[in-house]
Design a binder for this molecule. Structure first.
Ligand code: DGJ
Length: 736
């Protein structure tokens, strides 16, 4: 029995960067294959009949030789097929539960029975190991390689499958999951999210009952509009912020997904997640590989807070583009002008950008289209030439003027889409996803371009490339995606219509990869009519995402809270806008818990409000390092309380920032008791200073006192939030 990560010291001793160990035929030695991380182990077992099963996922044991004894202690109901815990459940043979894979072989036969052949372990770095397990069918030359990439310190595991065959003709893949997990507990509580435009990330928790619960999407592009793929499973009882065993899961894929959670006859929870097979049978020729996207998991035994800190660390270190880097604060013109602007107006907004003190001006929708000018959302998409009336001197004069004002310049695009009212639509009708014989049906007056077509990929890449070639100082892109796919039909793939949903997403990634190969560092915001497309596959190419068009700060307290379980604050764009009736201070304080931006008319702000914003930007510049790179601790849950509190703490535990927001307006509502802080060093002493005070107001808090971390975490600190102090931002720093 070999535990992957316990071999790390041996690898290091022989100072080999990559070592491959192949276990072949030694079934007696390799019956149990544990994938261990710092806290956990996923244990796979090869049965006598060479079926591969997942026999355990939980806290790792001190002695890895004991994993093999786990099944001897389980007295569950009969496993009639021996496949209830299959690590990749095949369809069409003796399995009768939800399959991970279902195929039609070249001869039309639909049976599959996958047997263990061998496994290899690759040591990718001090922190990362990759386990590859090869399974083959006995009758057909059909193979599945399962991959488990484990990130030791973060307790994160990414799983995917590579499917291939050597049959005489193509094989049709009807289902092709990324992961097939088995969890064992007395009860399972699912936290999932639903929503719509401006209502993203609404949580729901439910106890799973027998049968299958599915979360999925069939929307194609703006895939998360109604449901994202992120979820949590609490084992035995609902996990709280600091207690309980909880697993987070998500599919790293920006298109249709399907995650089935089947409570099986043995009371095990089988989770089968991957690309949605809806209308997506894949025809795989012999000798080619079908690689599924990664299914991401993290498990904690100390509640949701620890799980998200692990996930954030993993995201910053390994996934999110420039996850440990910096970001640009900005002024966006979308809500300030909508489509109604011209060069002069933008010149004055560039001055406002400088006046406000943020780094960049972001020009939103409406700057392009001539024959079909983009003056509202029903024309122009696809014609990416600057509108001559609004911008007679093109984008380049704006970039130049930004530089004259000592700020950077960014621009909005939505290059995957087309309005029927555009030259692009008329010139390339075959580039558009639509049924040839049926009426067109629009989402926001637009259609989706067919990214399965390499010519369309070139076009979309060209939209970005041309902007940079013409404007080398362009410093930021907001990449939007407002429509779902209706009438799914591709003129390009004629014979293989069922490949469209998958090839679209692969085409999108191919474009994004080209963009990143040529422009590796320029910050890009992932936007999709709000948060319609947020996932860790896309975030490899983006530095941040737009959570929602709903920027009402009260709504954002809740929404950002939920996003924060899965995504680090450095990735979350939060703008101050006119949404919501709250005071400007509340809006700014809420936006500061993420990546700060503004989308208001600066030159109409009363003097004190402008002063307040300018001061807040300066404060943010002082605090942003902790907010972006520190650990997040959620302290008071707004769903259960009258206010929300959360804090970020840096690695050295020398700096922290605490945000507090009242979420209830009833009479005399306040933070009555101290809030227990978290993540500080009990031995250190800290100053607490209230920042972001509105001009003319005084802090209620005495900043001359210091407190030990022990006091702050055991007794707590009262931020004195109440109806006349609806939001309070506290900068906490170690006494020097
Ligand atoms: C939807 C985005 O979410 C908004 O922020 C804005 O960019 C509009 N599209 C522009 O059309």
């Amino acid at each position: 029995m070999y535990s992957i990560n316990r071999l790390l010291p041996i690898y290091k001793k022989y100072s080999l960067s990559v070592i491959l160990i192949v276990f072949m035929g030694f079934i007696s030695m390799a019956q149990v294959i544990p994938v261990e991380t710092n806290e956990n182990a996923v244990v796979l077992e090869v049965s006598k009949g060479k079926d591969l099963k997942m026999i355990y996922w939980g806290k790792r044991l001190a002695n890895s030789s004991e994993y093999g004894q786990i099944p001897t202690q389980e007295k569950q109901a009969t496993d009639y097929t021996g496949l209830y815990c299959s690590a990749y459940t095949p369809a069409g043979s003796r399995n009768l539960l939800e399959p991970a894979i279902a195929v039609s072989h070249a001869d039309g036969n639909r049976s599959l029975d996958l047997k263990y052949i061998q496994h290899e372990i690759q040591h990718e770095s001090d922190n990362i190991s990759l386990l590859k397990i090869t399974l083959k069918d006995k009758i057909y030359p059909f193979q599945v390689d399962l991959f488990y990439r484990s990130f030791y310190n973060q307790d994160v595991i990414e799983q995917w499958a590579v499917i291939s065959h050597q049959e005489k003709k193509e094989v049709v893949l009807h289902k092709f999951a990324s992961a097939n997990l088995t969890l064992k507990a007395s009860d399972y509580y699912l936290t999932q999210y639903h929503g719509d435009w401006a209502k993203e990330m609404q949580p729901e928790e439910s106890k799973l009952t027998h049968g299958i619960k599915t979360i999925d999407t069939k929307l194609g592009t703006r895939a998360n509009l109604f449901l994202p793929s992120v979820f949590m499973i609490s084992l035995n009882e609902p996990a709280s912020e600091d207690e309980g065993t909880v697993m987070y899961g998500a599919l790293e894929w920006s298109g249709n997904f399907k995650i089935d959670m089947e409570l099986d006859p043995q009371n095990n929870l089988r989770i089968i997640g991957g690309i949605n097979n809806y209308a997506s049978e894949y025809h795989l020729p012999a000798g080619e590989e079908f690689k599924t996207p990664s299914f991401l998991t993290v498990m904690s035994h100390n509640g949701k807070g620890e799980a998200s800190r692990k996930l954030h660390q993993w995201a910053r270190d390994y996934k999110l583009l420039d996850g440990n880097g910096n970001r640009l604060t900005l002024l966006n013109n979308w809500e300030a002008t909508y489509f109604d602007f011209n060069e002069q107006k933008l010149f004055s907004l560039l001055k406002d950008t400088k006046k406000l003190g943020v780094d960049l001006f972001l020009l939103d929708d409406g700057w392009f289209g001539n024959e079909y000018p983009r003056n509202n959302d029903d024309a122009g998409l696809g014609d990416w030439q600057a509108n001559k009336k609004k911008l007679p001197n093109g984008v380049s004069s704006l970039v130049k003027e930004a530089s004259n004002n000592d700020v950077k310049f960014g621009i909005w695009i939505e290059p995957e889409m087309v309005n029927p009212e555009s030259n692009l639509y008329h010139e390339h009708p075959d580039w558009v996803i639509k049924q040839p014989e049926r009426d067109e049906y629009y989402f926001r007056n637009q259609l989706v371009l067919d990214l399965s077509n390499p010519k369309v990929q070139d076009f979309v890449f060209g939209v970005v490339d041309d902007l940079f070639v013409e404007n080398p100082d362009l410093a930021y892109i907001k990449w939007d995606c407002n429509a779902v796919i209706y009438n799914a039909y591709t003129a390009h793939l004629k014979q293989q219509q069922s490949h469209l949903y998958i090839d679209y997403v692969e085409g999108l990634y191919a474009v994004l990869k080209r963009v990143r190969d040529k422009y590796p560092t320029v910050p890009m915001m992932l936007c999709s009519g709000g948060g319609g497309r947020v996932d860790y596959a896309a975030l490899q190419y983006f530095t941040e995402f737009w959570p929602s068009d709903n920027t009402d700060p009260l709504e954002r307290v809740f929404m950002q809270w939920e996003y924060s379980y899965f995504y680090p604050s450095i990735s979350m764009s939060c703008h101050v806008t006119d949404w919501g009736k709250q005071a400007l201070k509340y809006k700014v304080d809420v936006a500061m818990m993420g990546k700060l931006g503004f989308d208001i008319v600066i030159n109409e702000l009363p003097k004190e409000e402008l002063e307040f914003c300018q001061e807040a930007v300066k404060n943010y510049n002082e605090l942003k390092d902790v907010i972006w790179h520190g650990d997040l601790y959620r302290l008071v849950d707004p769903k259960l309380n009258d206010f929300a509190s959360l804090m970020f703490v840096n690695n050295e535990k020398s700096e922290a920032v605490m945000f507090n927001y009242l979420v209830n307006n009833r009479y005399d509502i306040k933070s009555e008791m101290p809030v227990k802080l978290k993540g500080l060093n009990p031995e250190k002493r800290y100053h607490i200073k209230e920042v972001n005070l509105f001009p003319g107001t005084q802090s209620w808090l005495d900043s001359s006192k210091t407190y030990s971390g022990d006091f702050l975490m055991t007794i707590g600190y009262n931020p004195q939030v109440q109806t006349s102090r609806k939001s309070v931002v506290l900068a906490i720093s170690e006494e020097k």
